[in-house]
Design a protein around this ligand. Structure first.
Ligand code: SDX
Length: 431
């Protein structure tokens, strides 16, 4: 740790407080304010945590100005081109790319955790047939803690590892069961002879009535989308998982909390909201009207899939997804897909608009992903479920990293209180 310091001086009293500065291996330095309240009896104020580093982490690095995203130091572009989701999950969890043996063993462990307890399948009978899949995901993922007591002692590193494996393995099985419930088809069991992603597609789209062949193009496109969505530093849902985990809550409850946070349209729910928006715009001739709505402060309409708290440049994942989008649509002989055409035209017009340029609003990971999901036969309501499957690898990695840190403490922010001062109770006949 360097001995550099920041000095905070109060203009009214002239009192000064020295605060240590910490530097990471990449990215902005941090001013350590842990002693601020003890020294100055003041809090910092940062709603939305725009300027706040909540933790140390070695998992993912983002440079929002340069459009850089690296998992454990590896650029997302290289992982997207050369890796697989199961290998990326290993990398996020353990910090290094696996050897061939390590990868085979990890793949085998995950494969053998893909089944879920038969009693869990009866949960789905309680949901209305048209329950939103994310509503079912939050409920069923949280209920996993009712089944796996043998791995919820979070003080035991081996329990933590088994729970992480179980969550990575079972999310696709639960996700596919949500879809089958919506379409009224029987749940399909995992097949151990298929890849992680091929197995997911099989559980989604096969039926007991005929053999199912995994389409290699769909498998590759889906696996790539899982890689791109696997982790993203301290985003809202990952921060939710960390905060829930900081109280000692069991891993299944923490991932259910992260799933709930991801569902919001400002976060992972944006991919479903983008398709709704494109359908609302309907035609290229309406784009100007909707760009004006997006810029109108009095209009709640926002351009879904645009903007990002960290990226003030093009989201590197959006660049990769746009290219895959074109390849998938071309292979499916659907290159004149009207939604893709509309999305590309919308991006083109927004990228020339001063409002979006000044506010550095570019397409993010959610802008094009829904178009690919649709082309792969995934219904809109399942788009955020896809995000949750992939992000589970990141969530459990951050949860493990936090609990591996012997100095970790329960997260308990303070506030700027602006409510009523002390006042005495008045009987109802005097109010
Ligand atoms: C994800 O954090 C992550 O890493 C998330 C994620 C991940 O992998 O985990 O990358 C995944 O969640 C991507 C983001 C998906 N969400 C959307 O596409 C929803 C639309 N985008 C916005 O709601 C917004 O851009 C956020 C939520 C993404 C970011 O919000 P911020 O950082 O709090 O920014 P802001 O709302 O304060 O906006 C800054 C300005 C505002 O104008 P002013 O008040 O300064 O005049 O930009 C405007 C906003 O009105 N603005 C938009 C806009 N996004 C921001 N105006 C129109 N359309 C938009 N999409």
């Amino acid at each position: 740790m360097s001995d550099r310091k920041a000095t905070l001086t109060f203009s009214d009293t002239g009192k000064s407080i020295e605060l240590p500065i910490h530097s990471g291996t990449e990215g902005p330095d941090t001013v350590d304010i842990t002693s601020l309240y003890a020294q100055g009896k003041v809090f910092t104020f940062d709603p939305g945590f725009v300027s706040t580093a909540s933790c140390n982490s070695s998992i993912t690095y983002i440079d929002g100005n340069e459009g850089v995203l690296r998992y454990r130091g590896y650029p997302i572009e290289q992982l997207a081109e050369k890796s697989s989701f199961i290998e990326v999950a290993y990398l996020l969890l353990y910090g290094e790319l696996p050897s061939k043996t390590e990868l085979d063993d990890f793949n085998s462990v995950i494969t053998r955790h893909t089944m879920i307890n038969e009693s869990l399948l009866r949960f789905f009978e309680g949901f209305h047939y048209d329950a939103h899949p994310m509503a079912m995901m939050v409920g069923v993922v949280g209920s996993l803690s009712a089944f796996y007591h043998d791995s919820t002692d979070i003080s035991d590193p081996r329990h933590r590892e088994i729970s992480a494996h179980r969550l990575i393995a079972k999310l696709p099985t639960i996700a596919a069961a949500c879809y089958k419930h919506n379409v009224g088809e029987p749940v399909m069991y995992p097949r151990n002879d298929l890849s992680y992603t091929g197995n997911f597609l099989q559980m989604m789209f096969s039926t007991p009535c005929e053999d199912y062949e995994v389409d290699p193009l769909a498998e590759r496109a889906m696996d790539l989308l899982f890689i791109l969505h696997a982790d993203h530093e301290q985003n809202a849902s990952t921060s939710t998982v960390r905060l829930a985990g900081s109280s000692g809550a069991n891993p299944f409850a923490c991932i259910a909390a992260g799933t709930a946070s991801l569902w919001g349209p400002a976060h992972g729910g944006a991919n479903e909201a983008v398709l709704d928006m494109l359908e609302q715009i309907g035609d290229v001739k309406n784009i100007d009207k909707y760009l004006a709505k997006a810029k109108d402060k009095d209009d709640p309409f926002r351009l879904m899939g645009f903007g990002h708290r960290v990226y003030k440049n093009y989201d590197p994942r959006a660049k990769i997804i746009r290219e895959v989008c074109y390849q998938v649509l071309e292979k499916l002989a659907d290159t004149n897909n009207p939604l893709f055409e509309l999305a590309m035209r919308l991006e083109e017009l927004a990228s020339k608009d001063d409002y979006f340029l000044e506010k550095k609003l570019y397409p993010n990971v959610d802008f094009y992903s829904g178009i690919i999901y649709r082309a792969l036969g995934i219904p809109d309501s399942m788009f955020t479920v896809m995000f949750a499957i992939a992000r589970t690898a990141g969530w459990v990695s951050h949860w493990m990293e936090m609990l591996d840190d012997p100095k970790h403490r329960i997260g308990r922010p303070r506030q700027l209180y602006q409510g009523a001062g002390k006042r005495d109770y008045l009987p109802v006949d005097q109010r």
